[in-house]
Ligand binder design. Structure first.
Ligand code: AMP
Length: 558
């Protein structure tokens, strides 16, 4: 059996790790020695695809066909609030698929985020195979704790398209906590925070760890805040300075902007250890008389801190909110773990210390810890390590719509899989003939803000006055996150059931078509046989009656 790799499929960068022969997780590097791969994919007009650093480099000269941040789109609807925000900002087009999912359009071709993510995963697979010298087919892939089942399934589907069997999806804060060994310290229940500031996003998770069980108590963050904002501030300042000095607008010179962007990020990294550094950009552009501008400037950490103070301040509120959602105070936490490359910036670390009133724990490479934790988990699954007995949990509440838009939770989030929950409801109408039960997943009390999973209809109910007929709803979720729902009228014994498999937006048939298309493009091998369609098997009858209310009974778990 080949080794199982651990993949951190990030918004900005991705990373792969594996357990070495001594069962220690190690990051695998590209042939060029890069320990992370930028999550960027670029298509040339002739159809050539570049992934990683090569794609990122050509972003300025090929902006409409260079896709980044695809993790913001995967398994999402195009009209979701933060997808619209990203669509306004991104230089490539984000369009609606027929089912309303957010896709990208490159050279006129609609492409699903799953296919874009598959390009990144394929590159990661290649990096791992080159480093290990053996084929790799299985992976543990991490996702943010707040990803719902559709986003998780879409990530699995991306793996399948890339030729990887994603044997488990793991929450990023859990992976980080595993890598930090948070489960090996002390006795009893420990409360920790995972503070993750990457290139494009900020995530804060409050977790409990007990007997190898990691529970995410609350998550928060800012999906529009990351290290790139620090780089952009520096870049904007230099663009202004060059304009003041030479009357040249660099924003109209793509090559200069591309070099400047890279130089700013390099300077920022240098300034996280030094207090000043030299920014040197020979032949950046030509001045108004055609003479070359050889840009040179000393830049200090203090100057960057001054330019980015407001960015630092934005870290505060999400942390306070996550703590309050978990019903905790900063002093209740035993440890705060730093994750993400931008936590190397000293002011960020100081801010964390101030917010949580304790020195945070930091590893040598905060941008690799999620992949290292995924590799550790892969080792546990492969039986190579019996480090911790991690259990899967439901990421969000599962329940039904009652009234116009209320959400009645049947199965609370963080329920350990497999799980079964039961709840009684009652009819609301005189002689009500049927109930149409709509299932949703999410954490909002307003059901319409949550994601609809499917529907089950129970008809031929025993007639009677409102509230007289009871309907028992039983929801079961197995270890593969497959949901079975049964609605039953206890009085008559009538029941109706539905099975809902997580769907990431693409059917199994579409996935196989994509794989076959790709195979036909790269080699002339036989296509895969058509597979049974996954997706949702539900009763599709539509009823307009909102016909249930929760009369009695709390969720009851067996
Ligand atoms: P990640 O998404 O975890 O890979 O983090 C990427 C972000 O971390 C980018 O904005 C990088 O510029 C930033 N980063 C990486 N290394 C450093 C460093 N030494 N100092 C400051 N920021 C860094």
């Amino acid at each position: 059996m080949s080794r199982i790799i651990g993949i951190d499929l990030g918004t900005t960068n991705s990373c792969v790790a594996v357990l070495d022969d001594k069962q220690h997780p190690e990051t695998l590097s590209t042939a060029d020695g890069e320990r992370t791969v930028p999550s960027w994919v670029s298509w040339t007009a002739s159809g050539q695809i570049a992934v990683g650093t090569r794609a990122r480099r050509q972003a300025v000269t090929n902006p409409s066909a260079t896709v980044y941040g695809v993790k913001r789109l995967i398994g999402r609807k195009v009209n979701a609030e933060d997808v619209s925000w990203f669509a306004r900002l991104a230089p490539f087009r984000i369009v609606a698929a027929p089912n309303g999912d957010a896709w990208v359009r490159v050279h006129g071709q609609p492409i699903s985020p799953q296919e874009v993510a598959a390009q990144i995963l394929r590159r990661i697979k290649q990096v791992a195979e080159e480093a290990l010298g053996e084929p790799v087919t299985r992976a543990v892939v991490t996702v943010p704790a707040y990803f719902d089942d559709a986003q998780r399934q879409a990530t699995r589907d991306a793996g399948q398209i890339a030729g990887l069997d994603v044997i488990r999806i793991l929450n990023e804060p859990t992976a980080a906590a595993l890598a930090y060994g948070a489960h090996r310290v002390g006795e009893g229940r420990r409360l920790i925070a995972v503070f993750d500031l990457g290139g494009g996003t900020f995530d804060i998770s409050i977790m409990s760890v007990e007997n190898g069980i990691f529970e995410v108590l609350a998550t928060g963050g800012d999906s529009a805040l990351g290290g790139e904002d620090w780089d952009r501030r520096m870049l904007e300042r230099i663009v202004d300075e060059v304009f003041d000095q030479y009357r040249v607008d660099l924003t109209g010179i793509p090559m200069a902007m591309s070099r400047l962007r890279e130089a700013c990020e390099t300077a920022k990294k240098a300034l996280s250890v030094e207090t000043e550094t030299m920014l040197q950009l020979p032949f950046l552009a030509n001045d108004q008389h055609g003479a070359p501008i050889n840009y040179e400037r000393v830049i200090t950490r203090e100057q960057i801190e001054g330019l980015t103070k407001d960015l630092l301040d934005r870290l505060e509120a999400p942390c306070a909110r996550a703590l309050s959602d978990a019903g905790l105070k900063a002093t209740d936490l035993e440890e705060v773990l730093l994750v993400g490359g931008m936590t190397r910036w000293p002011a960020v670390e100081q801010m964390v210390e101030k917010l949580f009133q304790k020195k945070p724990s930091k590893g040598a490479n905060p941008d690799e810890v999620v992949a290292l934790g995924a590799a550790q988990y892969a080792g546990i699954l492969a039986g190579d390590s019996n480090d911790a007995a991690l259990l899967d949990v439901t990421p969000h509440d599962i329940g039904i719509k009652v009234g116009d838009s209320q959400f009645a939770v049947v199965l609370p989030r963080n329920s350990m899989l497999p799980v079964r929950a039961r709840r009684l409801f009652a009819t609301t109408h005189e002689n009500q003939k049927f109930v149409s039960i709509e299932l949703y997943q999410g954490d909002s009390q307003d059901v319409l803000k949550n994601r609809k999973l499917g529907q089950v209809v129970l008809d031929d109910l025993t007639p009677g006055p409102p509230g007289s007929t009871r309907v028992e709803l039983v929801i079961t979720v197995d270890v593969e996150s497959i949901l079975s729902v049964t609605a039953r009228e206890p009085k008559s014994g009538k029941e109706a059931s539905v099975t809902i498999r997580p769907s990431g937006g693409l059917s199994q048939r579409e996935i196989v078509e994509i794989i076959n298309r790709r195979r036909a493009e790269t080699s002339q091998v036989a296509p895969l046989p058509e597979m049974r369609s996954g997706g949702v098997r539900v009763t599709t009858r539509e009823h307009s009656v909102h016909s249930l209310k929760p009369p009695t009974g709390d969720p009851e778990k067996k």
